[in-house]
Design a protein around this ligand. Structure first.
Ligand code: M6R
Length: 603
């Protein structure tokens, strides 16, 4: 939520900040702004409602060597120029990602109301810094930070310290680097990967001084903190559209490679192997139960995991929504495994759920895509997915790499716990290795999918139905459709329809039915007939060669003839494309759906 970038160095700051903001736009895109400083210490501000291109139009010619920029996802206060960042109070300009929970109290206690123009919590911090400023940015920031409750990543310019950016964070992510082109700080490294692949994560509650010739850090006691540099294994071309009209379509097409990168290093001699991840063998022994905790798409990946894990291990597996798990009293013991799933590794509810789980068990494992992120660092064990950067707000390749990790984990646990023989596990892994090719083949049906979404463009509602593994998938399919096409979509366990929901079926309403699970196939077909008989426009995904029965469906998408456990990879690609082509067909930008942001670092 909100993207921030700062640059100081020998190059012109304005294009660097604007280009960086463009790459961070997935984090928020309702307004954008920048503040910059020349050698004379004059602080200038530009901000506007709209996207980075609108900001560019009002500041492309501005000359500066030090600047900070912000792209906003509104939390406190509506979308307006005044509420856009940076906020300038006195000779101080500030940008913020996060939420300050006690901003009301601070306004009253420090009598700040007269200094405020916006409705934001962020401006209160700028006003507080201005009020408490003692001429030394470090001591002032230290004082102010001790007064704040909430999450924050701040970049601050002090007019009397030209060319220097001051930063501090708690929870909200921030990375930095110094290279031959100057010093950079940002919410995520895509903002400056044009310049270097090396970066470090800013530790929480560390005051960072970013200068042209280097970056200094000190903790709240004034002790120097050394940066721990990391290097990414992808480059700028991975974060570009590469000829695709939208990132989402590019990322759908990247799934075969992303899965190959994720599973191949973890398969040794046909068996799952997590040695490289540093997970000891005894992690997989004596597991009494498993809880998967995540949000949104990552949580739906967990639903697939649950179905498999429970089927093969015969132990209780639950999936918890992280924001609920945090406020329940979890039933966990020292033999419970908690699997935390997150693409960004920064989702605040998931991070807090992990912190809670650690109070009960030492067996927390995270499946994370972003190297060195908070969740990755704080869990007992981490297994990185290798999806590469996912830029589109709607998650696609992150979901399939997460689910592929659940297949590997299922195989490993089943083997260690002797629930399956080595031969059975080899067969299971053999099927998993076929998944990238399988997805590649499904991507060939893109034109058909685009055609069959034409009848969905005017729909107000849609249902996704399935049983067993197909039901878990339906939830992700429905989420994809609603978040980018704004069609109200719901997933239902097909057998549950007649207990109320079927009343909502009306003439022409799209129902996407997945029938890939052999043991419930005939029941599923009966459920599909029930909705078809009530006028639904039925798109059926099944392994049948051909369906000619008009009383069953309007459109049929043929799924490959592989073991039932693995058809979900083929089906999900179809559901992703249905969502994508429906959104594009409605003239919407699937990469930046309204009201959303990629990384949810507010509670
Ligand atoms: O970064 P995370 O995986 O923790 O994000 C969790 C959800 O916010 C995310 O999966 C969201 O639901 C998707 N972007 C939806 O497509």
């Amino acid at each position: 939520m909100c993207g921030i970038i700062g640059y100081t160095g020998p190059l012109s700051a304005t294009p660097i900040v604007l280009d960086g903001l463009q790459k961070l736009e997935y984090r928020g895109y309702d307004s954008a702004g920048m503040a910059y400083m020349n050698g004379n210490g004059k602080l200038s501000l530009r901000k506007t409602v709209g996207k980075v291109k609108d900001l560019r139009a009002i500041c492309d010619d501005d000359e500066a060597t030090c600047g900070i920029g912000h792209t906003r996802w509104a939390t406190h206060g509506g979308v307006s120029n005044t509420n856009a960042h940076p906020h300038k109070v006195g000779n101080i300009a500030l940008i913020h990602n996060g939420i300050i929970e006690n901003y009301h109290e601070l306004v009253n206690e420090y009598d700040l109301a007269g200094d405020l123009a916006s409705e934001t919590d962020s401006e209160v911090v700028a006003a507080l810094i201005n009020k408490l400023y003692d001429g030394n940015p470090n001591t002032t920031i230290r004082k102010v930070v001790s007064l704040l409750n909430g999450s924050f990543a701040f970049c601050i310019l002090f007019g009397d310290h030209p060319g220097i950016i001051y930063c501090v964070r708690n929870v909200s992510p921030m990375v930095a680097t110094h290279c031959k082109d100057g010093s950079f700080i940002a919410s995520d490294l895509t903002a400056f990967i044009d310049f270097t692949k090396r970066y470090f994560i800013i530790p929480e509650y560390t005051i960072v001084t970013v200068r042209e010739d280097g970056i200094m850090m000190e903790d709240l006691d004034g002790k120097t903190v050394e940066p721990e540099y990391l290097e990414v294994n992808w480059d700028i071309s991975d974060a570009q559209k590469d000829g695709y009209p939208y990132f989402m379509l590019k990322e759908i097409h990247e799934q075969p490679d992303a899965i190959t990168r994720t599973i191949t290093p973890r398969i040794v001699d046909g068996l799952p192997d997590f040695t490289e991840d540093g997970v000891p063998e005894d992690f997989f022994e004596n597991v009494s139960d498993i809880t998967v905790v995540a949000c949104g798409t990552a949580m739906y990946a967990g639903m697939v995991g649950r179905t498999l894990l429970q089927k093969y291990l015969r132990i209780p597996v639950t999936v918890a929504i992280a924001s609920e798990f945090r406020y329940e009293e979890p039933v966990l013991s020292e033999n419970s495994v908690v699997i935390v799933v997150s693409q960004s590794g920064e989702t605040i509810d998931t991070l807090e759920a992990l912190r809670l789980a650690k109070k009960y068990t030492k067996k927390t494992l995270s499946l994370v895509n972003v190297k060195g992120s908070s969740i990755a660092r704080e869990s007992d064990y981490v297994m990185y997915t290798h999806a590469g950067p996912e830029i589109a707000v709607a998650s696609t390749k992150a979901y399939t790499v997460q689910t592929s990790m659940f297949y590997l984990l299922t195989a490993k646990l089943a083997l260690v716990q002797k629930k399956k023989t080595e031969e059975e596990v080899r067969r299971f892994i053999g099927n998993l290795e076929k998944v990238p090719d399988l997805i590649f083949d499904m991507l060939g049906s893109e034109e058909d999918i685009e055609r069959l979404t034409k009848r969905m463009l005017n729909a107000k509602n849609a249902f996704f139905i399935g049983r067993n593994l197909d039901y878990t998938l339906s939830m992700e399919g429905a989420l994809k459709l609603k978040e980018i096409s704004y069609i109200h979509a719901e997933a239902y366990a097909a057998g549950e329809l007649k207990h109320g929901t079927i009343a909502l079926i009306s003439e022409g309403m799209p129902v996407i039915a997945i029938a890939s699970q052999t043991h419930v196939y005939s029941k599923m077909i009966s459920n599909i007939r029930e909705v078809k008989a009530r006028g639904a426009y039925v798109i059926l995904l099944s392994k049948d060669e051909k369906i000619t029965d008009d009383a069953l469906c309007d459109e049929h998408v043929k799924l490959p003839n592989i073991a039932d456990d693995f058809t979900m990879f083929a089906s999900i690609v179809i559901l992703q494309m249905i969502a994508y082509y429906t959104a594009v067909g409605k003239g919407l930008n699937p990469d930046q759906p309204r009201n959303l942001a990629k990384s949810v670092t507010v509670e």
